[in-house]
Design a protein around this ligand. Sequence first.
Ligand SMILES: Nc1ncnc2c1ncn2[C@@H]1O[C@H](COP(=O)(O)OP(=O)(O)O)[C@@H](O)[C@H]1O
Ligand SMILES: [Mg+2]
Length: 281
Amino acid sequence: MGIIKALKLGFDYLKYDDDGNVESTQRAVDDVNLDIEAGEFIAILGHNGSGKSTLAKHMNALLLPSEGTLWVDNMDTASEADTWKIRQKAGMVFQNPDNQIIATVVEEDVGFGPENMGIPTADIWTRVDDALQKVGMTTYRHHSPNKLSGGQKQRVAIAGVMAMRPSCIVLDEPTAMLDPNGRKEVIKAVHELNKTENVTVILITHYMEEVIDADRVYVMDSGKVVMQGTPKEIFSRVEELKHYRLDVPQVTLLAHELKKNGLDIPDGILTTEELVSVLCR
Ligand SMILES: Nc1ncnc2c1ncn2[C@@H]1O[C@H](COP(=O)(O)OP(=O)(O)O)[C@@H](O)[C@H]1O
Ligand SMILES: [Mg+2]
């Protein structure tokens, strides 16, 4: 079984009236099936409100299913006895780094997670050293997080998660508040962690260029997984993506339009180099 598996997962947000009775329900995740293997790099796409964050919060047992089951490394998230272990297995990174960084010195912030886990002090420092090095933030270890750029802050937040030695990191739009340079830094660091540490990555993003190097992509709409496949397979289906109100990488769109106009170009072109080589045949 994969490291993250969902079977017929459903989640309703409940709205209560003044007497505490359920007034209405809002289905946010609907009949979702996932099977994610350890070490995979997964991207999740979907228009605002499609249920991505709700799904992500299930992977960390921040939300529990209304229907169906979600397992993290064979642990059913609904089993409260495992909640703590699940949160260590699957670390979360959110959009705003300022809400995730709590200490006044970088290295202390990164050490906070393992300290909370009851790791002996000497081991905490080993973990902090490792984690900072992995995200390329070692030189900033004595700095105040306030003075860092957005991309650097987000890498510190990722180091804080890595210091807990998770098998899986779930990043919910980690680059949404960053400038292009910060976005690149963060995505590069995450790919590096995926390669060298074999950590499973689940990346929710609106930036198409952050998706093209994923192993697999899930597309969500109205709480459901409506498309899945490799980036090439997904971006071959331009009209469908437009239907789900999603962008397509610019070069993919250009290739698609050229093809519609009669040029002999394959579907799912993801990079400028690919398009150039096809056009120069
Ligand atoms: N705390 C909440 N209470 C009620 N409804 C919510 C809450 N959070 C999200 N929703 C609703 O659930 C649906 C999915 O939201 P969300 O998971 O945040 O989507 P996404 O991350 O794809 O933008 C939306 O219709 C949203 O309005
Ligand atoms: Mg969201």
